[in-house]
Write a protein that binds this ligand. Structure first.
Ligand SMILES: C[S@@+](CC[C@H](N)C(=O)[O-])C[C@H]1O[C@@H](n2cnc3c(N)ncnc32)[C@H](O)[C@@H]1O
Length: 320
């Protein structure tokens, strides 16, 4: 974070402390969901930036004559429409069929549900929000049911409680929460974590964590030298921006073993076309899924509620 953003953040924090409205809203969220909400969830939505859109977004700006305002408007339109249009184009060419289903429909047997529940208890125990905010245990339980056979898992996003990092868990967050849950669930597996925040990296029984900036493909090259060449499951729970996610996908396609899975968490519903496009472009030996899941929806400043379809998750299995 740059110093000006840092001071803005401090100012916002001071305002939040002083504001009884925000404090009441925070308490309401805490009371409803039984755990401290990520403090940073309350910020980062309001604000404006002055930019020249035509020179800042040359990929999207029309290469044409005309007034700046008209070009800026067309640039915004292109930013918002290009990926959905490419997604429609790719789907029309692809013979892969992709249904979008509710994550709660993913388990197909009582064993699937039993494993999902077991994993939920571990996520809750260690302080990961994967189950209580998102129902992701409904995917991971079934997907990891051959638990004794699973040898290695990589998760991008160890979980920082430093609020100067994007995608932090808030000051009450527990770094390594989901890694510990997976370690306890998968008794034969080595668990690898990667994160941009070096302050929270750690090593303990069957868990190793490494530095990674997932927006930089070279950083994946460094990580790749430190972890096994084949992985059973790669999870992206890091920055949650599409370009960083695509780097994970490109890395994952080189590393997932036959039968293994690649999962991208916390996809905004508006970004689903990105994942329909990725699904259409995936190699033929991968089966893609898009599942809707629950998450927080911002109702107005400082107020959030849980909604069953506020998020989506992308999962692809390599089958040969
Ligand atoms: C929501 S937290 C992960 C939570 C954890 N997986 C859990 O469930 O307990 C997201 C993490 O992504 C990390 N992150 C943010 N930007 C990143 C980047 N460019 N590369 C790698 N990690 C990043 C943050 O430091 C943070 O620790």
């Amino acid at each position: 974070m740059c110093p000006s953003n840092g001071s803005k953040f401090q100012a916002a924090k001071a305002y939040a402390r002083a504001s009884s409205f925000l404090t009441a809203a925070k308490q309401k969220v805490r009371k409803r969901f039984g755990k401290p909400e990520p403090e940073s969830l309350l910020y980062g939505f309001d604000g404006t930036t002055t930019l020249n859109l035509v020179t800042t977004f040359p990929l999207y700006a029309p290469l044409t004559s005309g007034r700046y305002d008209d070009k800026a408007e067309t640039t915004i339109q292109t930013i918002n429409r290009l990926i959905p249009l490419l997604s429609d184009f790719a789907k029309a060419q692809s013979d892969k069929h992709l249904d979008i289903i509710d994550i709660r429909e993913f388990p197909v047997s009582s064993t699937d549900l039993q494993y999902a529940e077991e994993l939920k208890m571990l996520f809750d125990k260690y302080g990961s929000d994967k189950a209580n905010s998102h129902n992701y245990h409904m995917l991971y339980g079934p997907l990891l049911k051959d638990r004794d056979q699973i040898a290695s898992l990589l998760e991008i996003g160890v979980g920082t409680n430093n609020v100067d990092v994007l995608s932090n868990m808030g000051t009450g967050g527990k770094p390594g929460a989901s890694l510990r849950a997976f370690r306890d669930f998968l008794t034969n597996a080595e668990i690898y974590g990667a994160d941009i925040d070096e302050r929270i990296l750690f090593e303990e029984e069957r868990i190793k964590t490494y530095y990674l900036d997932q927006t930089d493909s070279r950083s994946f090259d460094h990580l790749g030298k430190r972890i096994p060449s084949e992985l059973d499951l790669i999870i992206d729970d890091g920055l949650h921006s599409p370009n960083a996610n695509i780097n994970t996908v490109l890395f994952g396609l080189q590393r997932i073993r036959i039968g293994g899975w690649l999962v991208v968490e916390d996809i905004a519903p508006n970004a689903i076309p990105v994942w329909e496009l990725v699904a259409a472009l995936l190699p033929a030996n991968y089966t893609p899924h898009i599942l809707t899941a629950s998450g927080f929806v911002r109702e107005k400043a400082g107020t959030f509620s849980l909604n069953d379809h506020a998020m989506a998750i992308f999962a692809a299995q390599r089958y040969e």
